[in-house]
Design a protein around this ligand. Structure first.
Ligand SMILES: [Zn+2]
Length: 342
């Protein structure tokens, strides 16, 4: 099969479109003919070698995958060849305490497609049967690939970790990112008020089209000042963020008393200064969030099927142009998901 692999860590030029062996399935696995694979920042980190995962080389990244079942193992009963499926990106053991509780990402053997196992930058990928989820309703392969990782993440952050309630004010940092565009919609689902933050007015316009009630351009406006103005000096109840150091001070300053800040990433840096007096005095909560469980994807998919939540697609590239697709992501020149078509 054709795949985009890298044999060593490095820049965009280590991505090679080349022949690779087709995956061999186990009795409890399915072989999926990849129709679409969505990019995530994780792909770039894994390629660059900055994650804590030790990869086997050559390696195929890609965590968000949709496709057609091509072959099933002898123990597989739930899906059959020809079925349209999307793959739940997180792989866990299924039989530890964390897995039993639905806390997949707390499983000690938790990993993602494209991390410790090969991912979707390829014509075929193999998957445990349990990860293969029938694509609901009329969803296209492109939409199905654009949904899993960002909606699991946004759902886990807002609903599970931050316990978002109707009517609360939510600040979404990085509104143009995949997680940002999902978080805006999940927050609107429970009638929260959403203030979107992005680096261009065009992105803020798109955030409004997804339901955001107000926008802040962080290049021309002060996030903290605008939040004060928009909330009558009160601050926001929940902040969804994955940028880290560059926005930390503005975020902490923007939290209401009893506000919760939930973070799932550190694209601009991971070390910050924390004023403990303002943490306890204003009874604020800092929450970490990493992926989520299959059950949370199922929760989000119900609304995806009803078109109350939508996959946001920026663009699609042929698989061989994976480097150009990753460059677009590095340049932050996108809104929503960038896809590859094998
Ligand atoms: Zn487990």
């Amino acid at each position: 099969m054709k795949a985009v692999r890298f044999h060593e860590h490095g820049g965009l030029d280590v991505l090679k479109h080349e022949d690779a062996p087709e995956p061999k399935i186990q009795p409890n696995e399915v072989l999926v003919k990849v129709r679409a694979c969505a990019l995530n920042h994780l792909d770039l980190w894994l390629r660059a070698g900055v994650s804590s995962w030790k990869l086997s080389m050559p390696h195929i990244v890609g965590s968000d995958i949709s496709g057609e079942v091509a072959e099933v193992g002898s123990l597989v009963t739930r899906v059959k060849p020809g079925d349209r499926v999307l793959l739940c990106p997180g792989i866990s053991c299924g039989q530890c305490e964390a897995c039993f509780k639905g806390l997949d990402s707390a499983c000690r053997s938790y990993t993602l497609f494209g991390a410790m196992v090969d991912g979707g930058y390829a014509e075929y990928v193999k998957s445990p049967e349990v990860n293969a989820i029938p694509i609901p309703g009329v969803l296209s392969y492109d939409e199905a690939a654009a949904v899993p990782l960002v909606f699991i993440t946004a759902w886990h952050m807002l609903m599970t970790r931050a316990g978002l309630k109707p009517g609360e004010d939510v600040l979404v940092i990085g509104a143009g990112s995949g997680v940002g565009s999902a978080a805006i919609q999940v927050a609107k689902l429970v009638e929260a008020r959403v203030i979107a933050v992005a680096g261009t007015d065009a992105k803020l316009e798109k955030a409004r089209a997804l339901g955001a009630d107000a926008g802040i351009n962080h290049r021309t406006q002060s996030i903290a000042e605008e939040v004060r103005r928009l909330t009558g000096k009160r601050g926001v109840d929940v902040i969804v963020e994955h940028v880290g150091a560059a926005v930390w001070e503005a975020c902490f300053e923007s939290l209401a008393t009893y506000g919760r800040l939930v973070t799932c990433g550190v694209t601009s840096g991971e070390e910050v200064k924390l004023n403990l007096r303002l943490l306890y005095g204003r009874q604020r909560t800092l929450l970490g969030s990493f992926m989520g469980g299959k059950g949370e994807l199922m929760d989000a998919l119900k609304f995806i099927a009803q078109r109350k939540l939508r996959a946001v697609i920026d663009s699609a590239f042929p698989l061989k142009d994976a480097a150009a697709a990753q460059k677009k992501m590095e340049d932050r020149d996108f809104f929503g998901k960038i896809l590859l078509h094998p």
